[in-house]
Design a protein around this ligand. Sequence first.
Ligand code: ADP
Ligand code: ZN
Length: 214
Amino acid sequence: MNIILIGPPGAGKGTQARILEEERGMVQLSTGDMLREARTSGTEMGKKVADIMDSGGLVTDEIVVGLIEEKLQSAEGDGFIFDGFPRTLAQAAALDDLLRANKQELGAVVEMKVDDDALVARITARSTCANCGEVYNDITRPIPDDGKCSVCGASDFKRRADDNEESLRTRLMEYYKKTAPLIGYYYHAGLLNPVNGLGEIDEVKAEIAASLGA
Ligand code: ADP
Ligand code: ZN
């Protein structure tokens, strides 16, 4: 089954996507991760999107749809988890077309609901393992005392350039203006499953499982 995780920045989409990958063999397709990879490897496209990403704006539909199209052709697994995509109605329409062309379907759209106050607190406390991308949080899920990632053992951690209050404000505004309309779109398609994103990681995981019917 293919699913979309939708919700504001900091709602926990990436964390839950990784759990779904580990426990169900699904494959996370995160446009944010793909764009960050393009920046790290210094491609033309990576250079083009850098400033937009750091300021918290959205990169063009053309770029992200192109990235997803590529991955849909090469990736294999027990269903895709779209994380951070689609973010505009145009992207949602493009995804419908791509899935149809690949004889695939969307099984569910999980909306992760979280208060704005909690988002700011979460994001400014966030760091990730530089090696495997595991997500940590200074308050709720600190880096282990031995300074080593509990998943891969690496000891380098990084914070994202756009995880500061100013970019976050822009990212939230973009979310409400351009992404929130997708909630109505998927509600009408009969696919929307709202879950409370404010609980513990395991509670949210259980709510998602219940909403997926497994
Ligand atoms: P978050 O959900 O925490 O804000 P992401 O890692 O999903 O972060 O995305 C980081 C940035 O990458 C976004 O602020 C935006 O600039 C860009 N981006 C990611 N996905 C998309 C998308 N589908 N459309 C446009 N821009 C995107
Ligand atoms: Zn790690």
